[in-house]
Design a protein around this ligand. Structure first.
Ligand SMILES: C[S@@+](CC[C@H](N)C(=O)[O-])C[C@H]1O[C@@H](n2cnc3c(N)ncnc32)[C@H](O)[C@@H]1O
Length: 226
């Protein structure tokens, strides 16, 4: 785990802060994609006001800050301590918003049934084995709660003659929309939707956005025997 934390600390050190205003002049906004001023807004999530929202791998907290301005009670966690410091310095004045340094699986395991919405925007859902992570996300959500995440769609295998991919410091679960739907179904999610958002003009890679809801489960009583 120390090597993973160190890799994400290096990542944090190389990032430039998000702009103070977007193209529309807003000071907070939610961005699901890897491109500025592109893609759907927070309406993908569903209801926000009054909801308890957890973001896994919130980085500098800019997406979560936006949800906080819309009336959500927000907790952002990130494995890299520097990210929490930057998030708190920029957004710590907003009400109903807090940031913690925590590893996603450890945090989820300690907070069952606590959130109405769990988000991961290019976050840990991409970097943790889903057979470990999805049951923990499901357990942390209230029945009917929304789980929404985004990451790059899987790339086709390299063609003969194409350069091999670079080695990565952290593993990545580049699943297709169908594979995510199957994994979510078996982890007790329902109403699963997947969409690949087209890239902006001149770019090649789109963005996969997945939404699912924690299945409401009836615990049936055993039938009475006569
Ligand atoms: C690609 S960045 C995305 C940050 C942010 N969501 C955004 O859209 O700008 C991934 C973030 O996930 C965090 N992260 C990666 N693995 C994690 C884990 N296992 N637990 C918690 N945070 C993690 C990293 O430190 C990093 O800040």
């Amino acid at each position: 785990m120390e090597a993973v934390t160190a890799a994400w600390e290096r990542y944090a050190a190389g990032r430039t802060p998000r702009r103070t205003h977007n193209a529309a002049g807003a000071t907070t906004w939610l961005n699901w994609t890897q491109y500025a001023d592109h893609g759907p807004d927070e309406s993908v999530i569903g209801e926000i006001h009054g909801r308890r929202v957890l973001e896994l791998g919130c980085g500098t907290g800019c997406n979560l800050a936006h949800l906080s301005t819309l009336g959500a009670q927000c907790v952002g966690i990130d494995i890299a301590p520097t990210q929490r410091e930057k998030a708190a310095a920029r957004w710590g004045h907003l009400p109903g918003l807090s940031f913690r340094t925590a590893e996603a699986t450890e945090f989820l395991a300690a907070h069952p049934d606590s959130f109405d919405v769990v988000l991961s925007i290019f976050g840990p859902v991409w970097f943790i084995d889903p057979t470990t992570l999805l049951p923990l996300v499901r357990q942390s959500l209230t029945a009917g709660g929304a789980f929404v995440f985004s990451h790059k769609p899987p790339r086709p295998d390299p063609q003969p003659g194409e350069p091999l991919r670079e080695a990565r410091a952290v593993s990545r679960w580049d699943h297709s929309p169908c594979k995510w739907a199957a994994l979510l179904e078996s982890a007790r999610f329902a109403n699963i939707t997947t969409e690949i958002i087209d890239p902006p003009h001149g770019e090649r890679e789109g963005t996969l956005v997945v939404r699912a809801e924690a299945r409401e489960e009836r615990i049936g009583r055993p039938a009475r025997q006569s």
